[in-house]
Design a protein around this ligand. Structure first.
Ligand SMILES: [Zn+2]
Ligand SMILES: [Zn+2]
Length: 196
């Protein structure tokens, strides 16, 4: 399944020469990926989303645990879990497109509130060549393990946490609170129980 990737890499690498990487949003951590960033920029350009093309940035975040990828808007950042590199290369591209579809959906909707995996996102998935994409953000090999536990997800970044026992009080996403609320609890990032 890795046959396609070297070609893509070659293509993007040659296209990448002279490409000026967008400024790094302060809120995003981890190692930037110029090749994947360039790919996303070109895909956004193809959809006539010029601001997204200018600002999108892909990085690998070693702090991610069970989440395969997540998208930040309006920072227009995509974070990928370095564990994806151990998966089928197709999994990296699928995750990248899934996350880019979130940014495309937000970009097209502006300030209008949309459901994370709603019609706008599904349309963006079609535009990026992954129609019928699943809503999961977990690494493929983590899914079954998650099913057996109490799983909670952040509605903002989709990070999932697992608990052996159910949470008794409201808990918010640590990463989002850290990035957007100086580490203090905020209702907006409250973890919501996932259906088994
Ligand atoms: Zn998603
Ligand atoms: Zn979060």
């Amino acid at each position: 399944m890795g046959r396609r990737e070297p070609q893509l890499e070659f293509r993007w690498a040659s296209w990448f020469r002279g490409f000026k990487a967008p400024a790094v949003p302060l809120s995003l951590s981890g190692e930037g990926d110029g090749g994947l960033t360039a790919w996303c920029a070109e895909a956004a350009q193809g959809l006539a989303l010029h601001e997204l093309a200018r600002k999108v940035r892909v990085s690998w975040n070693p702090r991610m645990r069970t989440t395969a990828g997540r998208a930040w808007w309006p920072a227009r950042g995509i974070e990928l879990n370095p564990k994806l590199k151990d998966c089928d290369p197709d999994e990296i591209w699928r995750t990248l497109k899934h996350e880019l579809a979130h940014l495309v959906a937000y970009e097209r909707s502006g300030r209008r509130r949309i459901v994370p995996h709603g019609a706008e996102w599904q349309l963006a998935c079609c535009d990026l060549g992954i129609p019928g994409e699943k809503i999961y953000h977990n690494l493929p090999f983590e899914r079954r393990r998650l099913d057996r536990k109490h799983a909670y997800a952040c509605g903002h970044c989709f990070e999932t946490i697992q608990r052996v026992r159910p949470l008794k009080r409201a808990v918010a996403c640590y990463e989002c609170c850290r990035k957007f609320n100086n580490g203090a609890y905020h209702e907006r990032f409250r973890l919501v129980k996932k259906k088994a």
